[in-house]
Design a protein around this ligand. Structure first.
Ligand SMILES: Nc1ncnc2c1ncn2[C@@H]1O[C@H](COP(=O)(O)OP(=O)(O)O)[C@@H](O)[C@H]1O
Ligand SMILES: [Mg+2]
Length: 617
């Protein structure tokens, strides 16, 4: 289950290390179906390749016996031509096989990637609350890559198995007794492989666990680097990291020893089989029971016999990885979005932005109520601020409005439509959300501003950036609007990132705007910029603003004070200071936080002036 923990941290150990997983294969089949015809052609080519490979030693042996021993030069010439023809066919079908399979697998992977991307978008905020975006993205990419080799591997393995059977049949048809004697080594080989397989499985699991231990350590320490440094934890952490890292090294070395052991063993067994052939087959040839050409053919078969075995052992780990990745990919595709539309849910028509919470109650976990009987009416164009201590339920209020979750009881109406009755997409299109942690992607600044409106012309992008005061700093970047952001925009300052996400909201031009602690991580200098941006942003739309700094919301049309999932009071800043003890306390605390700045001080002045005063529509 995903709830609570990160999705990648929960993984069924049972599934690990297997080279075949029926669920994964079954789920992959629909992706292959449209290309069934091509797949059949590729398989036929593979069969042709295997057949020619199996026949060639026999042809060579026969040619030697018939034409060399029989001293028939013309016949030998014809045989050589024939062999050349076979080799040409062998080459052509091999090429066709590999080429077609690569094409099919690329198409499958393309579709799989598209599906996953689509799915991840639908999971949106609640899923990413629990799973860090960067981590999910890189793992998804990795897992899909692991599957790349999978399809070609399947037919290659099939070909390998078939050629094993073919070779045994050929040898038996040439000389049953010699075949039986040479192939006594097979049971020995099978025993070795079986033992190896057991080790390989447990070693794979060990390596994988060690790697995830290292990754999660790294992850924790990097994302918590500020805390780590402030608590002087560096040295202890380094020691702990050294431990998990050492375990990882040991596990990897163990795995390497294992595969290093296998190849020479197969070679040794091959050599033993060849030696047996030379002694027994040689004696038979001397006694006239076997033609020399047949002996040569046999020797070639013994060599070839071990090739597929060698391939199979090499492909073993690849199969393990592909299956593990497959399990993860389909687990991710199975994560259900929190909210699902009714069948044939109608589109929400273009809205004015009237929002009404009617007796809304909600809980995340059964028995732990988060919102209790909340009613609130926000008129089109109004700016409403939600304030209250941490955990009061402010974020939950806006998450419900954005329909990341459905209400437990009561309802939320937008322009008179219960939001559960309309297609979620049509609601989302008319609403923008700016969060404390800006949600940026590793694409260009321009594309980040465009976001969903990919067709927006450059003038609109620039206009949006100008409106929020982001234009100047963007122009100072390396390549201006074409500058590609690093992962989640880490090459910008927090304030700059927030300005980019404001520009995105301006360009989207939503009727309803939600700001959840959007100004919390911003220094006072950027704050002045942000305040100007906010004025532009709030102009003429319905806005729900959650702000830690109460100074930023004093001019809101209505301030709603929340505590423990209920609305305590609502009114203007002046009214609330008079009548609401909690508000007065929060307000005073706030000003102590900000170094005792007076409400009249220059900075605060800039902040308050910047808010629009919109009369209720
Ligand atoms: N995804 C979640 N799963 C379970 N409980 C949650 C979740 N998100 C928030 N809560 C709980 O709901 C309550 C309200 O949280 P929230 O709406 O985030 O408050 P605020 O934004 O006012 O700080 C808190 O007690 C919090 O622990
Ligand atoms: Mg919150």
């Amino acid at each position: 289950m995903w709830i609570g923990g990160g999705w990648y941290d929960s993984f069924d150990e049972e599934e690990l290390g297997n080279i075949y997983n029926h669920q994964v294969v079954r789920r992959l089949l629909p992706y292959l179906k449209p290309r069934l015809g091509l797949l059949l052609v590729a398989t036929a080519a593979m069969l042709g390749y295997t057949a020619t490979m199996v026949f060639i030693p026999r042809l060579i042996g026969d040619a030697i016996d018939t034409y060399v021993i029989g001293k028939d030069l013309d016949g030998l010439g014809r045989a050589v031509l024939f062999l050349a023809g076979i080799l040409l066919v062998n080459y052509a079908v091999n090429y066709a096989h590999l080429r077609l399979l690569a094409k099919i697998s690329e198409e499958v992977l393309y579709k799989l990637r598209t599906n996953m991307f689509d799915h991840l978008q639908r999971l949106s905020v609640p899923f990413f609350d629990r799973n860090e975006v960067g981590r999910v993205m890189s793992r998804v990419q990795n897992d899909v890559d692991q599957l790349e080799e999978f399809l070609p591997m399947v037919t290659l393995t099939l070909g390998d198995l078939l050629s094993l059977v073919g070779i045994v049949m050929m040898m038996a048809s040439m000389n049953l007794r010699l075949a039986a004697i040479t192939l006594v080594v097979i049971p020995i080989l099978l025993l070795i492989m079986a033992a190896w397989q057991r080790f390989a499985k447990s070693s794979f699991v060990r390596v994988r666990n060690a790697i995830s231990a290292v990754n999660s350590r790294l992850q924790q320490n990097i994302s918590g680097v500020r805390v780590v440094q402030s608590l002087n934890r560096e040295e202890i952490n380094l020691k702990q990291f050294a431990q998990v890292n050492q375990a990882n090294l040991d596990a990897n070395l163990g795995a390497i020893r294992l595969s290093a052991f296998l190849m020479p063993t197969v070679d040794l067994v091959t050599a033993a089989a060849l030696a047996l052939l030379v002694v027994v087959g040689g004696t038979m040839a001397l006694q006239g029971e076997l033609m020399p050409g047949a002996l040569i053919g046999f020797a070639m078969y013994v060599q070839r016999f071990f090739d597929p075995i060698r391939n199979l052992t090499m492909q073993y780990t690849q199969f393990q990885r592909a299956m593990t990745s497959g399990v993860r990919i389909f687990q991710l595709l199975d994560v259900k979005p929190e909210v699902v539309d009714r069948p044939n849910a109608p589109e929400l028509p273009t809205i004015q932005g009237d929002v009404q919470y009617e007796n809304v109650s909600f809980h995340y976990l059964v028995g732990v109520p988060v919102l209790q009987d909340v009613s609130l009416h926000i008129r089109p164009g109004q700016t409403v601020a939600l304030v209250g201590p941490t955990g009061a339920g402010k974020t939950t209020m806006v998450s419900l409005l954005a329909r990341f979750y459905d209400v437990g009881s009561g309802r939320i109406m937008v322009d008179g439509h219960d939001i559960r009755e309309v297609a979620r997409d049509s609601l989302a299109r008319q609403m923008s959300m700016v969060l404390q942690e800006p949600f940026l992607f590793s694409v260009s600044v321009a594309d980040n501003i465009k976001y969903r409106h990919t067709e927006a012309p450059m003038e609109k992008v620039v206009a949006a950036a100008r409106a929020v005061g982001a234009h100047d700093f963007i122009m100072k970047l390396d390549k201006g609007y074409d500058t590609v952001l690093q992962e989640r925009g880490v090459n910008l300052s927090m304030g700059q990132r927030q300005l980019v996400s404001f520009a995105r909201a301006v360009l989207a031009d939503p009727r309803i705007l939600i700001l959840d602690e959007a100004t919390a991580n911003i220094d006072t200098f950027t704050e002045v910029l942000i305040q100007r941006a906010l004025r532009e942003l709030l102009q003429g739309r319905t806005a729900v603003v959650i702000a830690h700094r109460l100074s930023t919301i004093q001019n809101a049309d209505m301030i709603v004070v929340m505590d423990k999932g209920r609305i305590l009071d609502a009114g203007t800043h002046g009214e609330l200071l008079q009548q609401c003890a909690l508000y007065a306390r929060l307000y005073n605390l706030n000003f102590q936080d900000e170094d005792g700045a007076e409400p009249g001080a220059a900075a605060t002045d800039a902040l308050t002036r910047s808010l629009p005063s919109i009369s209720p529509g």
